[in-house]
Design a protein around this ligand. Structure first.
Ligand code: IFM
Length: 451
């Protein structure tokens, strides 16, 4: 095994956890079973042209029925934690009101099975499958959705809070608000900047409220939120490009990070968004800045940006010649070290977890096995970059690889494979890839050697 970090011989921080991550709509399937309500992704995926090949999450990996198999794969991998999300419409089919006991039972069994296998559950409360009934009443741009989310959090905490210690309120607020409401490429498919910013504010507010609920309803909860961060590098050191990088960083990263870490919305971006800001009520920013036990960081890639023509929005530059994943994302491991070092330098941080990192590549199944050297190389280099950040003193407490299984990659359907386990979407057979064995050996080695 390569060292976790080439430049460091200190041990992993105490309690450091290796894990894998997934989310309900991407793996569960069983969308009409046992009383589950409709989600915005069910509705969106059914629209012609919305998702590649007309794929949907109706069956996905069928983890609703095959969860036992998945836990066995996790146990054999030797991970200490599994990050998964609860499907809101499985638990509260209409978004508010009536609770579906069968939905709660499913997650109850899942938590027990994980714990029995020595795997700590990290529960994400919202990973994009809003009940359609709430979208029909305005969705995230409506402030009422915040109340609905608090109620849903209360229901889940009451049932699982005796066994689940780690809670992630929201996953990737930028994606929820901008891809779903601003650019229309994700469910619910709206394309309005005003809606996107209102959604973003309410998603953050819902995070703060849920944090309060979790602390009230459970004892010893460790509460966090996951933000997808994309470090922005200026193409040149010209004032215009540097300023473009500042703006891109402001909208993609700081808009979400700063209020959650207690700094409020960044002043430069408040000016930029002045004409499209949502109503921010007294006390909202205090709620959003609820004390955090940890911050989840999802890192996949960086962006290189340059100034747009005539003060237009910053433009993302294609990094020709660089290595890219099947998503078209540049492979840039140094970005992870730079990002973590910057967070450590500029903010007062709680513990950090890398709640997602991984790569989609085209996988070829030959003679029953899948060799995926590019994914292994991606992981190797990103873990070395993570080790470097830890050596610099960044308080990272765990790493979750995205993803255990190939799964439903949102608008790209089943065309992109992120898993370390190959899923045959016709038979639902699971075939561990070479990267699965690599991660298993890596985890085992970090347990026994100084890294
Ligand atoms: O599959 C997604 C996941 O749901 C959220 N973060 C990024 C992953 C890869 O695109």
């Amino acid at each position: 095994m390569q060292g976790f970090s080439q430049s460091d011989d200190r041990p992993l921080p105490p309690g450091f956890v290796w894990g894998v991550a997934g989310s309900a709509y991407q793996v569960e399937g069983a969308v009409t079973e046992d009383g589950r309500g409709e989600s915005i992704w069910d509705r969106f995926a059914a629209l012609p042209g919305a998702v590649a090949n007309g794929d949907t999450g109706v069956v996905a990996c069928d983890s609703y029925h095959r969860f036992g198999d998945d836990v066995r794969l996790m146990r054999d991998l030797g991970i200490g934690a599994y990050r998964f999300s609860i499907s809101w419409p499985r638990v509260v089919p209409d978004g508010r009101g009536r609770v579906n006991p069968a939905g709660l039972d499913f997650y109850d069994r899942m938590v027990d099975e994980l714990l029995a296998s020595g795997i700590e559950p990290f529960v994400t409360l919202y990973h994009w499958d809003l009940p359609q009934a709430l979208e029909d009443r305005g969705g995230w741009p409506s402030r009422d959705t915040v109340e609905a989310f608090s109620e849903y959090t209360e229901v889940v905490a009451a049932r699982l809070g005796d066994r689940v210690r780690h809670w992630i309120t929201q996953n990737e607020p930028w994606v929820i608000s901008w891809l779903g409401y601003g650019l229309g490429v994700h469910a619910p498919g709206r394309a309005s900047e005003v809606d996107a910013l209102a959604a973003a504010h309410h998603v953050l507010l819902a995070h703060g409220r849920a944090a309060e609920v979790l602390r009230r309803e459970t004892s010893g909860a460790r509460v966090g939120v996951t933000i997808d961060l994309v470090p922005m590098y200026p193409l040149t050191y010209s004032d215009a490009d540097v300023d473009a990088a500042r703006r891109a960083d402001g909208s993609r990263n700081r808009w979400f990070l700063e209020p959650v870490l207690g700094r409020g919305y960044p002043r430069d971006m408040l000016e930029e968004y002045a004409s499209i800001l949502p109503r921010i009520e007294d006390g909202d920013l205090q709620t959003i800045a609820a004390p955090l036990d940890f911050l989840g960081v999802n890192y996949y890639t960086r962006n290189v940006v340059r100034a747009g023509a005539d003060a237009a929005a910053p433009a993302t530059v294609e990094t020709r010649g660089a290595e890219h994943t099947d998503m078209g994302w540049e492979v840039y491991p140094d970005g992870l070290t730079d990002l973590l070092a910057r967070l450590h330098r500029e903010y007062e941080l709680p513990d950090l977890y890398i709640t997602e990192n991984g790569a989609a590549f085209i996988d070829d199944r030959r003679n029953g096995s899948v060799s995926d050297p590019q994914r292994i190389s991606y992981l190797e280099r990103h873990l070395a970059a993570l080790g470097e950040a830890i050596a610099q003193g960044v308080p990272v407490r765990g790493y979750f690889l995205w993803s255990l299984l190939d799964n439903f990659e949102w608008a790209l359907g089943f065309t992109k494979r992120f898993g370390i386990v190959y899923v045959d979407f016709d038979t639902l057979e699971r075939v561990p890839k070479a990267s699965y064995a690599w991660y298993r050996d890596f985890i085992a080695a970090t347990r026994t050697v100084r890294v």
